[in-house]
Design a protein around this ligand. Structure first.
Ligand SMILES: NC(=O)c1ccc[n+]([C@@H]2O[C@H](COP(=O)([O-])OP(=O)(O)OC[C@H]3O[C@@H](n4cnc5c(N)ncnc54)[C@H](OP(=O)(O)O)[C@@H]3O)[C@@H](O)[C@H]2O)c1
Length: 227
């Protein structure tokens, strides 16, 4: 069973549809608006910053939850120079991207440990490793999940559970649309492959992680050769 958060978002939506097309059992969650399409009929509303909502979601779906792959796609960004940052917005990014991702993992780990199997895959970002103006909150949140998984991987390695992140560069869907087009063109000049990534690459990387039990505690770069 695959669980995907953020299925209204560009990447989460693509991954959900692709896994359904491949005949996988997938449960999706959304935040504010239910994604459109018949395949999303049974998606559940979950705010990942609310541990009670997550626990209720796990309780309600528990019977279906076997051989779990958790794909944490939900995430937000907030653009501001540090000296001008709104502190509530800054904290909210940390709350969604770091705490929310941790709450999802925390709520499913006991079940994974009982079943001696689990795959946890978080979508992180190249921004956690490079300096990009205006992204202090986002970078800190993604660096947080990159560090966090190292401990969780060690704690659960003997239980058949792997925990990995994908450090995404820039992709053709989702958050990229919040970047002005002139800036998008400048970013492309810093990508060896000279284009934003097709989300199919994310799907293939997730499949590789799912099928590779010796891979854990890793952050894989997927960025078209960003330099
Ligand atoms: N696209 C890229 O190029 C790129 C690059 C690097 C990393 N990433 C990472 O990849 C992931 C997916 O990105 P994306 O481009 O698909 O982003 P997106 O289109 O902005 O989608 C983000 C999703 O997160 C959901 N979300 C926000 N707050 C939430 C909350 N409190 N509880 C539950 N869900 C919440 C949103 O739902 P609502 O809209 O309903 O709030 C939305 O479905 C993110 O973690 C992002 O940081 C993306």
């Amino acid at each position: 069973m695959i669980i995907i958060t953020g299925t209204t978002g560009g990447i989460g939506n693509y991954l959900f549809k692709t896994f359904v097309q491949k005949g996988e059992e997938v449960i999706g969650t959304y935040h504010l608006t239910k994604p459109v399409g018949k395949e999303f009929e049974h998606t559940t509303q979950v705010d990942i910053t609310d541990i009670k909502q997550i626990e209720l979601f796990v309780k309600k779906t528990q019977k279906q939850l076997n051989n779990i792959t958790l794909i944490n796609c939900a995430g937000i960004t907030y653009n501001s120079f540090a000296h001008k940052a709104d502190l509530n917005e800054w904290a909210h990014v940390i709350n969604v991207n770091l705490n929310g991702t941790f709450y999802m993992i925390h709520s499913l780990l006991s079940l994974m440990r009982e079943q001696n199997f689990g795959r946890i895959i978080n979508l992180s970002s190249i921004v956690s490793q490079t300096g990009v103006m205006g992204t202090s909150a986002y970078a800190a949140s993604k660096a947080g999940i990159n560090s966090m998984i190292k401990s969780i991987a060690i704690e659960n390695a003997q239980k058949g559970i792997t925990v990995n992140n994908i450090n995404l560069g820039y992709f053709k869907t989702g958050m990229i649309n919040t970047i002005p087009s002139e800036l998008q063109e400048k970013i492309k000049l810093k990508i060896a492959l000279n284009d934003f990534g097709d989300p199919e690459n994310i799907f293939k990387t997730i499949e590789y992680i799912r099928q590779t039990p010796y891979l854990t505690g890793a952050c894989l770069d997927l960025n078209g050769g960003l330099f």
